[in-house]
Design a binder for this molecule. Structure first.
Ligand code: TRP
Length: 457
């Protein structure tokens, strides 16, 4: 019965539309802002290898699992899990997994919006020519000033949240597909340009070496967890975002192929961002481990000194904001879809409620960089606690249960039918990865952080 059902929220117009939307969700601040700075904080090459392994062995199979479950359930993740659980005759408590995802989505969007706000602030700075000919010191000060100002950050955070909710209110399938199709290739083009600039800095090889030459002595248990958590974060996995997008997916589409394409594009963007950023870091004597400000303290240096830098800088930050927008909408869509289903209310109303809560929570992140910077838990401020809790704990945990559900709770026949993998060997590989590899990896990395093995501690 579930086979013929369509989502009440509509459907993607084509396979390409789904690929664009899911890529839009995956490619975002995670690739351009977060990947470089956590790579810098965790020592480079070895971290990148663990991250790539996690994308291949955990990320892609779980992306297939989420898409497949969404397409079979055809509703918000919470209700999809309910339906699939009933279908499989399993314990009804599985739908709490949907709730874990909704909460993770709120928490992530709350700080995501603040960082996207920084990117908007940089659009304005680029426009008035704040970077041109400036030294690394001056450019650094632009960032520290922004971080110190709750008012400036609140204004941008508010604008970003309103923009996000305005798009979600219209339904994520409307203009979005078209916009992403133009924006992604443009972003890619500017990243290539930045890579070309990086080659002229004199520290290009040093940057590449940092990114790709592994030194496992730099790895700690927490670095491994961060790499794994980031594989989930960057592919938008573990909280139902891809599941809800999968629920709008028409029947006849190969989930395996699309998942690999999305993961491939996402990884490429992250690596390009790293290749562009680290040479600038080393050429200017900056600290690779300086934290969340890294791209804001490095890329403006490039824009300030290259020909046409004003235009490219402006375009880059505009594109970054759009990349963030197309990701942000997927963070809140599971919650909004659930509200519409559960309370039978209009999308617009659901958006105002959900957006309001997220905005308020985001104020905690705004203050964590100034007024509340002294308020810490285990040495981490509010933003850092949220980031650790969501990316390193909630997403891997969500992914763990999604893998178990797709591989062990759902009937294998149903999974195979949805995935439509004709090739028996390929299906067995997927099955093996979600049944054993992904859950075991998450479990072992968690245990290792708890100090059970003392490997990489
Ligand atoms: N993947 C996005 C990025 O890299 C962020 C994101 C969007 C996300 N939806 C998500 C992260 C769902 C985790 C879960 O910027």
């Amino acid at each position: 019965m579930a086979d013929t059902k369509k989502s009440i929220h509509g459907e993607w117009s084509s396979r390409f539309a789904f690929i664009l939307a899911a890529t839009g969700s995956a490619v975002g601040l995670g690739n351009i802002w977060k990947f470089p700075y956590i790579t810098g904080e965790n020592g480079g090459g070895a971290f990148v290898i663990v991250y790539l392994l996690c994308i291949a062995a955990i990320g892609i199979p779980i992306m297939m699992a989420e898409t497949m479950m969404g397409r079979r359930g055809r509703q918000s993740p919470i209700n999809t899990l309910q339906t699939l659980t009933t279908e499989a005759g399993a314990d009804s408590r599985w739908h709490y997994l949907g709730w874990l995802g909704v909460v993770a989505g709120f928490l992530i969007l709350s700080y995501y919006s603040v960082i996207a706000g920084w990117s908007m602030a940089y659009v304005a700075k680029a426009f008035i020519g704040s970077f041109s000919g400036e030294s690394a010191t001056t450019i650094n000060a632009l960032f520290t000033d922004l971080q110190a100002s709750p008012i400036e950050q609140t204004i941008w955070h508010t604008i970003f949240m309103v923009a996000t909710m305005a798009i979600v209110a219209r339904g994520v399938k409307g203009g979005l597909e078209k916009a992403v199709g133009v924006l992604m290739p443009s972003l890619f083009f500017i990243l290539m340009l930045l890579v070309a600039y990086a080659m002229t800095t004199g520290a290009y090889m040093q940057g590449l070496e940092f990114l790709f030459k592994p030194d496992f002595s730099e790895m700690t248990a927490n670095s491994v967890l961060t790499a794994m958590g980031h594989a989930f974060f960057t592919l938008s996995l573990g909280m139902g975002a891809i599941m809800v997008y999968g629920s709008y997916l028409p029947k006849d589409i190969s989930i395996a192929k699309t998942s690999m394409m999305i993961a491939g594009a996402d990884t490429l963007v992250a690596l390009l961002a790293g290749i562009a950023i680290f040479p600038i870091v080393f050429a200017n004597g900056l600290d690779a481990g300086s934290g969340p400000g890294l791209i804001f303290q490095t890329l403006p240096i490039a824009f300030g000194s290259m020909t046409g830098g004003w235009l490219f800088g402006l375009l880059f930050f505009i594109l970054l904001v759009f990349a963030a927008l197309s990701s942000a909408i997927s963070l809140i869509e599971p919650a909004v879809a659930w509200c519409v289903e559960h309370y039978d209310i209009e999308r617009k109303l659901a958006c105002i409620g959900m957006g309001g809560i997220t905005w308020l929570l985001g104020m905690g992140t705004v203050f964590s960089f100034n007024e509340w910077s002294g308020m810490t838990l285990f040495g981490a401020n509010f933003f850092e606690v949220l980031d650790y809790l969501t990316a390193n704990i909630m997403l891997p945990l969500g992914g763990f249960f999604i893998a178990i559900f797709a591989g062990r709770v759902m009937l294998s026949r149903h999974a195979q039918e949805e995935l439509a993998i004709e090739n028996k060997v390929l299906f067995s590989v997927w099955s093996f990865l979600v049944r054993y590899v992904a859950p075991a990896a998450v479990f072992l990395v968690f245990l290792n952080v708890l100090g059970v093995f003392g490997v990489f501690s």
